[in-house]
Design a protein around this ligand. Structure first.
Ligand code: NAD
Length: 272
């Protein structure tokens, strides 16, 4: 992605990206910053990496603030929203991205691992979306205008439609995010709030490093991707930026699968 961007498509907008000290969130925060947005970088535990990202966004000519917050904690989520309004005066875009995996076979999965993933990957999205929407409704936009009062973009997963043995907590949370997204899109449309999801396939980040970092893991992963390459955070970031612009003004309640064809049942490709 180029460092300079003459046509800054998010100039004057304020974005919060949760879980943005690494991976997909980092890619989205940087891309939005390069497009002119002021960005609230949320980290959970890695402050150093969040500060490095802040410097990169500032080098690109935009503003950024760094906030520690656990998306599953309502007080922390309030703090996150306040960081946007206190530092930058408002909030236009929430990218609800933070997520974790705690994998185990169903028969062995502890209640703790179930609860941890549901609270971060599902309840966290609920809390962040609700707090953001309360800000958005303050901005009155007429129905006929071709712009939104605010944007919520959930980073879900192909596992919101592909069942995933050994990851029941994760797949259940992501399936929930799909219905959370659609229901909010329906409920908030009259407020001119657009709500959409991006469902990544296999993207090279820390969350799945144990798989792509070995030759066998990489090969297994590629066997699930018809398009023949593992995705990068930039693949998701470019779509997130576009979704948050007025070019996508008529899109709400939709999930964009950015997955190199992972949801195309690749196992059937030579079984005609
Ligand atoms: P990642 O581990 O690099 O990023 C996840 C981020 O969430 C981390 O920065 C982490 O600190 C943060 N986080 C975790 N718990 C948090 C909490 N309670 N509060 C705030 N932040 C918290 O992995 P990633 O791949 O960039 O994942 C980002 C999102 O993309 C996740 O929701 C994940 O489920 C989703 N996703 C990733 C892939 C993939 O292949 N990488 C595929 C589908 C979906």
């Amino acid at each position: 992605m180029s460092n300079t961007n003459e046509n800054k498509r998010l100039q004057g907008k304020v974005a919060i990206v949760t879980g943005s000290s690494s991976g997909i969130g980092e890619g989205i925060a940087l891309a939005m910053g390069r497009e002119g947005a002021s960005v609230v970088i949320n980290y959970h535990s890695n402050e150093e990496s969040a500060q490095e990202l802040k410097s990169k966004i500032e080098e690109a000519g935009s503003k950024a603030a760094v906030v520690q917050a656990d998306v599953a904690n309502p007080d922390d989520v309030e703090k996150l929203i306040r960081a946007a309004t206190d530092n930058f005066g408002t909030l236009d875009i929430l990218v609800s991205n933070a997520g974790i995996q705690r994998d185990d076979n169903f028969l062995d999965m502890s209640l703790e691992d179930w609860n941890k993933v549901i609270s971060t990957n599902l309840t966290g999205n609920f809390l962040c979306a609700q707090a953001a929407a309360k800000e958005f409704v303050k901005r009155k936009v007429k129905q006929e205008e071709k712009r939104a009062a605010g944007h919520i973009i959930f980073i879900s997963s192909v596992h919101d439609i592909i069942p995933w043995a050994g990851h029941v907590n994760y797949a259940t949370a992501k399936g929930g995010v799909q219905m959370l997204m659609k229901t909010l899109a329906q409920e908030l449309a009259s407020e001119k709030i657009r709500v959409n999801g991006i469902s990544p396939g296999a993207i090279k980040t820390a969350i799945n490093e144990d798989v792509w970092s070995t030759e066998k893991g990489r090969k297994d992963m590629l066997s699930l991707i018809p398009y023949g390459r593992i995705g990068e955070p930039e693949d998701i970031a470019k779509v997130a930026v576009w979704l948050a612009t007025d070019e996508a003004d008529y899109i709400t309640g939709t999930t964009i699968y950015v997955d190199g064809g992972m949801t195309l049942y690749p196992a059937f490709s030579d079984k005609g």
